[in-house]
Design a protein around this ligand. Sequence first.
Ligand SMILES: Nc1nc2c(ncn2[C@@H]2O[C@H](COP(=O)(O)OP(=O)(O)OP(=O)(O)O)[C@@H](O)[C@H]2O)c(=O)[nH]1
Ligand SMILES: [Mg+2]
Length: 302
Amino acid sequence: MGFFDKIKQGLAKTKQNMAVSMNNLFSSFTGENEEFFDELEETLILADAGVETAERAVEKLRAVTKERGLRGGAEVQAAFVEIMSDLLRRGRQELWMETKPSVILMVGVNGVGKTTTIGKLAARYTAEGKKVLLCAADTFRAAAAEQLTVWAQRAGCEIVRHEEGSDPAAVVFDSIKAARARDTDLMIVDTAGRLHNKANLMNELAKIRRILGRELAGCDLETLLVIDATTGQNGLLQAKSFRESADITGVVLTKLDGTAKGGIVFAIAEELKVPVKFIGVGEKQDDLMPFEPEKFVEALLK
Ligand SMILES: Nc1nc2c(ncn2[C@@H]2O[C@H](COP(=O)(O)OP(=O)(O)OP(=O)(O)O)[C@@H](O)[C@H]2O)c(=O)[nH]1
Ligand SMILES: [Mg+2]
């Protein structure tokens, strides 16, 4: 299956919800109708793009339509694709991973898909010939390390794990040592989504970040915040609390296949102001795709 077909399949539910009404809307455009813009805004809000984002995008489209004197629905739709793609461009899409080792720290609330995404990334980069090492720093949830081990085996990469209940910082230390000794290209750190309370979790993440920053000074470090698309605006709210303790460099939006409200991606870009770097479109190893704003918007709206 080609890249484009795969996003389309992953976005099938959102497309059913959004693309049909969008296409009808754009073909009804006559250049005069005010309702057109109101309806467009409503469609965006219903797809979870967020009220402010929807208002701003439609305002822009109104201006561009006037400025360029656009008359046909197809032209207006093309302008809209441009505006929505721009909204999603928040810096570099590719991961920073030029140094050896480089590190990806995966954070997010429980159940969003951190461990699964790590498994998918491990498979992707191992297949590209990189030497990947997984660090099982979620020592809180029973069987978390076991789950990560299964993914490591599937990808054919290495893993450092300790006993359940041990200190996550110690696992990170050991992983760094192992990464140095084994000539690792990429180390990916799994973290807990839930501890006894939220303050504990945030402190622990801050501690892991400090260790990585100190022990691997000068190495590329991506901190990816994982967000579950099916939780919509609520998920975005929860995600925001991670901003303070973890300096987020990008977002992975998972479970897009499971929602009709994929418009949440626009709200994320607007509110968190970091690039979405990958999207998850299923549970299997190859169901992770690098995020490309323009292609995404085209797959969604056309
Ligand atoms: N449909 C779908 N399911 C996904 C996707 N990503 C993850 N999942 C599922 O979501 C569930 C939770 O995934 P995990 O990777 O365990 O989530 P986690 O964030 O590591 O959870 P904790 O370790 O408990 O914090 C699993 O059943 C995954 O198969 C996706 O892109 N699409
Ligand atoms: Mg996990």
